[in-house]
Write a protein that binds this ligand. Structure first.
Ligand SMILES: [Zn+2]
Length: 322
């Protein structure tokens, strides 16, 4: 019985690739800025625990500059490139900062997301997590904002379509802030489903239920301040999972922000680690039903170090276990 049990565990485990790179710690923000280098240090510490010894770690490759053009016009790439300082920091907007290595960090985040997509389509691994900074889901077609320069998730989705013939891609965004950028980019694109759970009202102000896109492929499930796991799970079941089943994606991309955690200082949603674990499990099942298990998860927000590290670790552990 013991041997049989062990064999079953072996079969049910998934292979998970974890993308990391030192460059992500070289995107510098000013003291007191929530989107800071310490976030990745806290995650790294959580991943030093036993279950993660089996994690398949890889260096995030750098994407070629033209990868940005999958989701943004060239004049916007030029504008961001021109804004990068040689020393110190510049403000791109009120809360979005660039330091000398920020463009490189963003290009490696994109490269890792694309490599993750390549790997799940090649069958090299079942799923992947990209532990990158800066995040991406607030970046609109022509606007860097909300700590984000380029929309990594959107670029990854378009890469899956262009390089691997994916017909339909679902981007599931449980960051506590609405992914206005991803919504903007895919507003009139019937081939990409964008589903978001987020607090409303909250920055950036978009994400009402009646924002559905030109083809009904934008699905917003706003949560009221103070909402906890039960409300989140109900919204996830009735809006997100049902939409995925109806859409039938070839790939699921997760905009995995962990700032809906109860400890997070930037919002008022009261999720705990187990809620992210639960949602991850439901998406793995959905990827199994529709996408041959293909799931790529990208770190977005999460600003309480303890809440972020514990939640992301549980999310990654669930990706590994299936
Ligand atoms: Zn956020």
């Amino acid at each position: 019985m013991v041997a049989h049990q062990a064999r079953t565990d072996y079969i049910s485990a998934m292979t998970t690739r974890y993308f990391e790179h030192d460059i992500f710690q070289q995107h510098i923000t000013p003291p007191g800025h929530p989107e800071r280098v310490d976030r990745l240090r806290a995650l790294e510490e959580a991943l030093s625990a036993d279950p993660f010894a089996a994690l398949d770690r890889a260096q995030a490759p750098r994407a070629p500059d033209e990868a940005v053009l999958l989701a943004h016009p060239e004049r916007f790439l030029d504008k961001v490139r021109d804004a990068i300082p040689e020393t110190g920091m510049v403000r791109i907007d009120n809360d979005t900062v660039a330091s000398p290595k920020s463009l490189e960090a963003a290009m490696h985040a994109i490269g890792a997301a694309m490599a993750a997509v390549d790997g799940v389509f090649a069958g090299t691994f079942d799923n992947a997590f990209v532990a990158a900074r800066p995040p991406g889901h607030h970046a609109e077609k022509e606007t860097a904002m909300g700590f984000c320069l380029f929309n990594t998730a959107a670029i990854a989705a378009r890469h899956a379509q262009k390089a691997h013939g994916a017909e339909r891609v679902a981007i599931i965004d449980w960051d506590v802030h609405h992914g206005n950028g991803t919504q903007d980019i895919f507003w009139d694109d019937a081939t990409v489903l964008y589903c978001s759970t987020h607090q409303m009202p909250l920055y950036p102000g978009t994400g009402a239920r009646d924002e559905t896109g030109e083809h009904g492929t934008i699905v917003n499930a706003p949560l009221s301040p103070g909402a906890a796991g039960e409300a989140f799970r109900e919204a996830f079941r009735s809006r997100v999972l049902d939409s995925i089943d109806e859409f039938g994606p070839d790939l699921i991309i997760v905009s995995a922000g962990f700032d809906a955690h109860i400890r997070d200082p930037l919002a008022n949603i009261n999720l705990v680690e187990e809620d992210f674990d639960w949602a991850t499990g439901r998406l793995i099942e959905a990827a199994g039903r529709h996408a041959d298990n293909r799931l790529v998860s990208l770190l977005e927000g999460g600003y309480d170090l303890q809440g972020l590290a514990a939640s992301a670790a549980m999310h990654i552990n669930r990706l590994m276990r299936g």
